[in-house]
Design a protein around this ligand. Structure first.
Ligand SMILES: Nc1nc2c(ncn2[C@@H]2O[C@H](COP(=O)(O)OP(=O)(O)OP(=O)(O)O)[C@@H](O)[C@H]2O)c(=O)[nH]1
Ligand SMILES: [Mg+2]
Length: 361
């Protein structure tokens, strides 16, 4: 799972990145920044409990990869999205948009005012404009292709151009791709364009240390045609400092300062819910491991996240919910009690399923 961290210059992207990855990337920038890539383990208490049960050689958490993607420099007409990073943006599964609400005269704001609503609109619009640019070019290219196509191929190319025009019109009306009603075949054609407005968005308000949490609701955010924004409020500077402390010390500080869950825990929780993710688990003496997948993914496809051979040679999945396994104490006991089930290819995998795949290789 790859999440692209984006936002206006000096909004605190790199600071958020450090808080999420326990990193120490330099937070200066001002258009001089570079891309930072870091991996975060998805915290999961179930892994700890299962590790105690199995005492495995290896313990592997699910992972989320974060990309800190610099905004554009001052010469560029756009404020938040730099063309040279387009392929990174396209590769992301979701965007975390950092929106500044902290007040600090020593940190320059590109518009010289702290206006989170305005900044968020700017970023959402830039994502939309980036897609419009792609589709404008696509319409022209398809126009060319229509002229050059053989009579037999023409209807198909015309149809493709119609799809592109329809989506473009939707964007012009302010509807991001993720909110447009499209048939499955339209959607699979559009995958070619890797449009940015098709990706889920989570807003991260970067607040002062002492500020109450900021929400879209208390900003009177007008969702308009886009009601699917995830949100989280954090003080990135404080969180990035806490993230570097030894665990115990961090926990004590959190209690003293009256802080709740870490930025990492909060951001991952909202990432899972906004993207509709779930973790299934595999257990054994060799390895206890969590795997993140879209919730409800058919068992055969979930097997494919472990290895393509697992998907190809899939026979069936033995599934036991986490609570049942911990109560029973072993898979054998789960089988005796009838809570270890045998499921077929299409079984929709749920969060907390412990799965043993039977495969034929
Ligand atoms: N007071 C305060 N300062 C912050 C906070 N978050 C970030 N900063 C400061 O703001 C400045 C910019 O932070 P960065 O994390 O580098 O911001 P950025 O969005 O990565 O900046 P560019 O990469 O240059 O676009 C740094 O000096 C940070 O220390 C915050 O929550 N409060
Ligand atoms: Mg930066």
């Amino acid at each position: 799972m790859d999440v692209g961290i984006i936002g206006l210059s000096q909004s605190g992207k790199t600071t958020v990145f450090n808080a999420l990855t326990k990193g120490t990337a330099e937070t200066t920038g001002g258009g001089m920044s570079e891309v930072h890539i870091g991996v975060t383990k998805v915290p999961d208490k179930r892994i700890d409990v299962l590790s105690e049960m199995y005492n495995p050689k290896k313990v592997v958490h699910a992972e989320i990869k974060y990309f800190d993607i610099p905004g554009s420099n001052h010469e560029s007409k756009s404020q938040g999205i730099a063309g040279q990073y387009r392929n990174l943006l396209q590769g992301a599964d979701a965007f975390l948009i950092v929106v500044r609400t902290f007040d600090d005269p020593s940190v320059i704001h590109p518009a010289n005012k702290i206006d989170p609503k305005d900044d968020l609109s700017t970023m959402l619009n830039e994502i939309l404009f980036a897609d419009l640019e792609i589709l404008d070019r696509a319409v022209d290219r398809l126009e060319d292709a229509i002229k050059k196509s053989k009579t037999s191929e023409r209807p198909n190319v015309v149809k493709q151009q119609d799809i592109v025009k329809k989506v473009k019109q939707g964007l012009e009306d302010g509807i991001p791709l993720r909110r447009q009603q499209l048939s499955e075949s339209d959607q699979s054609f559009l995958v070619n364009y890797q449009l940015l407005t098709g990706k889920p968005v989570i807003v991260a308000f970067n607040t002062d240390e002492t500020s109450d949490p900021i929400t879209l609701q208390n900003l009177d955010w007008d969702y308009g045609l886009d009601s699917e924004l995830g949100e989280v409020s954090l003080s990135a500077k404080l969180e990035s400092e806490l993230a570097l402390m030894p665990e115990q010390e961090e926990a004590e500080f959190r209690v003293d300062l009256g802080l709740g869950d870490s930025a990492l825990t909060q951001v991952i929780a909202i990432t899972y819910s906004t993207l509709g993710l779930a973790s299934f688990l595999t257990v054994g003496e060799d390895e206890v491991r969590a795997w993140s997948i879209p919730a409800g993914l058919p068992a055969q496809e979930a097997a494919g996240t472990i290895h393509t051979d697992f998907s190809r040679g899939f026979i069936r999945a033995e599934v036991i919910p986490y609570e049942d396994l911990t109560r029973c104490g072993s898979l054998a006991q789960g089988r005796k009690e009838g809570v270890l089930r045998s499921e077929g290819k299409t079984y929709p995998v749920k969060d907390g399923d412990i799965i043993h795949f039977l495969i034929n290789v």
